[in-house]
Write a protein of this length. Structure first.
Length: 420
């Protein structure tokens, strides 16, 4: 039985993670849950899965009536829990309930947890990723911003947990030790293509992109895009921030940086290709010209499940891909002149240091402003570029330094938007 903490359990990845746990109750036990604001949904999840370690990011909710029900749940006195679960909860001992950012991070250190699923959104997830690995636990990572911002700090920690897992006999006999399991479908795909391979024989990583809802449009046609139009992704149903990032191709830029860190691959050997059907989730090209591709149904429960089941494979939670109905597969180069965020993110990654942190923070602010109809769609790339230009890049040294750069870049981005 693997015991997991899910951070961001009310979101798109979080709820799908719980669905995987529901289908594999013999393999997975949820021991901790954290959300931002949806405390009522958290309570329902805690009751269903019998979870008594809970955290709510928004401190203001501590005084709301739902907080009393959450406290009762943490004490194990919840009237809503089925009796079998209530019994099991009572045997497990005391629970905990916290409010605020620190309470969310504290959950990752739960002694009974083996794996932390980080499905928080944005750079707010960095500290949780960092502390998960520092606590020696497996990090199942959806929060790609953690690696974009803090890859230079996270990857050495992951290597240390890998070494410890090997020393403890917790790692599989062959293949990666599994301390850092990507949930992003592209990186999950590459991870699987690399299993059994010699890293020295890898020539190139091909990260596939759907192209987003505005594929084929010109820059002039993107001028009046509204949040509703940008939120309608053609192949994936995701949270608001990643949906906008997918439409601007910033998401692909973040994924290039993520791939660089996860697979220790230089940027000039990471290519992006548009694959509109999203059937190929990414590919690895080898020195002899062979290419391995990972295909599957477009359902995030597959990569989520693999991140949790590795090195085993469990029954598929979804209908398998029917190749007789797939039709044709198309490929195209991304249009980085129109979708400038991809080129900006790649440039930030190549320059390295604290620039990806500043770039990411500016993007988060510009996306939030666009969603609130306080900024324009094309303004997202312009804002990111302005903040990147203004940033004095430093070598990454600490989490505190990255948090300071993040705060500086957010203030710069807000000032840039206010000045338009
Ligand atoms: N969705 C996908 O298909 C997909 C695919 C690949 C990678 N990812 C990555 O996975 C991450 C999550 O994406 P998503 O689409 O699942 O996002 P989402 O639907 O917006 O969910 C975000 C989750 O994080 C919680 N949260 C937000 N701020 C928080 C805070 N300050 N403290 C505690 N919890 C907080 C939210 O809680 P409340 O709702 O209660 O506020 C929610 O549970 C992102 O990094 C994204 O890039 C997503």
């Amino acid at each position: 039985m693997k015991r997991i903490v899910v951070l961001g359990s009310t979101g798109s990845i979080g709820t799908q993670t719980l669905d995987v746990a529901r289908r594999h109750a013999d393999e997975l036990e949820i021991v901790g849950l954290a959300v931002g604001t949806r405390a009522g949904e958290l309570l329902a999840q805690a009751r269903e899965f019998g979870v008594r370690h809970l955290a709510v990011g928004d401190e203001r909710l501590a005084g709301e009536p739902v907080a009393d029900e959450l406290r009762a749940q943490a004490r194990g006195a919840s009237a809503g829990a089925p009796s079998s679960l209530a019994q099991a909860m009572a045997q497990r001992g005391g629970g905990s309930l916290g409010f605020g950012a620190q309470a969310v991070v504290d959950l990752v250190r739960l002694p009974e947890a083996d794996i932390v699923v980080n499905a928080l959104v944005g750079a707010a997830g960095l500290r949780a990723s960092y502390e998960t690995l520092r606590a020696g636990k497996v990090l199942a990572l959806a929060n790609k911003e953690s690696l974009v911002v803090g890859g230079d700090l996270i990857m050495p920690l992951a290597a240390a947990v890998d070494a410890q897992r090997r020393a403890d006999g917790a790692a599989p006999d062959t293949g990666p030790a599994g301390a850092l399991m990507p949930i992003d479908s592209e990186h999950g795909a590459i991870y699987q293509c690399l299993l059994g391979e010699d890293a020295r024989e890898v020539a190139r990583l091909w990260v596939t992109a759907s192209g987003g809802p505005f594929r084929g449009r010109t820059r002039a046609e993107l001028g009046g895009i509204t949040p509703a139009q940008a939120l309608a992704h053609p192949t994936w149903n995701m949270g608001a921030k990643i949906s906008i990032d997918s439409s601007t191709l910033m998401n692909k830029g973040l994924e290039v940086i993520e791939a660089h860190h996860l697979f220790a691959m230089p940027y000039d050997r990471i290519s992006v290709v548009v694959q509109p059907q999203s059937a190929i989730h990414s590919m690895v090209e080898f020195a002899d010209g062979s290419v391995k591709a990972h295909l599957g149904t477009t359902d995030m429960r597959i990569p989520i499940q693999f991140a949790l089941s590795y090195p085993a494979r469990w029954d598929a939670p979804v209908e398998p891909l029917d190749f007789t109905k797939l039709g044709s597969l198309e490929f195209a180069a991304p249009d980085t002149d129109t979708f400038r965020c991809l080129a900006l993110a790649r440039a930030a990654g190549e320059r390295g240091g604290t620039l990806p942190c500043a770039m990411n923070a500016a993007n988060e602010v510009a996306v939030a402003a666009f969603l609130a109809e306080e900024g324009t769609y094309l303004g997202i790339a312009e804002c990111v570029e302005a903040v990147m230009d203004a940033h004095d890049v430093e070598r990454v040294e600490s989490l505190e330094q990255l948090e300071a750069v993040d705060a500086w870049a957010r203030a710069e981005a807000r000032a840039w938007i206010a000045g338009r």
